[in-house]
Write a protein that binds this ligand. Sequence first.
Ligand SMILES: [Zn+2]
Length: 292
Amino acid sequence: MPLVPMKPMLRQAQAAKYAIAAFNMIDYNSARAIVDGATELNAPIIVQVSVKTIKLWGHQSIAGWVKSLAGETHIPVALHLDHCKDLAVIQGCIDAGWTSVMYDGSAFPYEENLARTREAYDLARNAGVGLEAEIGAIGGTEDDKFVAEDEAILAKVDECVSFCEALPDLAVFAPAIGTAHGEYKGEPKIAYDRLEKIVELTGMPIALHGGTGLTEAQFHRCICSGCAKVNISTMHKKRFIDGFIDLRGRDPRQKEPIPFIQAQYEAMKEDVRDMVETFGGTGRAEEAAAAA
Ligand SMILES: [Zn+2]
């Protein structure tokens, strides 16, 4: 089917207490593993793309790959732009057919974050594209931004409420609740009470960033509390590289590239299936598609 917007699917997922996995694709093979893994489990899926990946391949190639993969499956697939501060990149995504984008103004003070996010919000809404926005500072490294885990700033509840009142048509909202990008150095301290309060007062589906390394129990608690989109990037990148290296170890004389591409595909797809299953997405394709 054609690419779908993620906003209606995320609202449906939040109401039904499951979450849709959002994987950061790297290339065509990774996008294929993401869509095929979800298809095998009859689950909705979000293929998301970081700015540096767009800089490598270009908007048109990526949109073409994901549209063709979505066209060959019956599950709903959304194409989303991950953390972005550059309106030109966002416009490029809108023009190329992305169904949602993220504007990340979290490095700015509240008022400036809101003002800048509003520009992206208007741009996206006028084009019928969904917007994800962030408040507070999620720990770890995302593209070039580094935030020490113990310096990560939790989103303030009152600011979340006024932000979502000012931008009521957000597709999904990403308040910092104690998770971090990359590998966790210590035990993640998730502010569940704050998460629940934000969901109660804003009614927004929440995006959980920094999913790699959380336990199944932590995922379940976050999802039950209102996280409807769970981002997975670090583990997917690891599978991308390990898929190659593991085959080299098993079959050192292999000289053909296609077996390496297949080994990488299988490694990434296995992780996609694990995460979709953990987040409760299995068998949800029809209800998600009906919402979209
Ligand atoms: Zn993130």
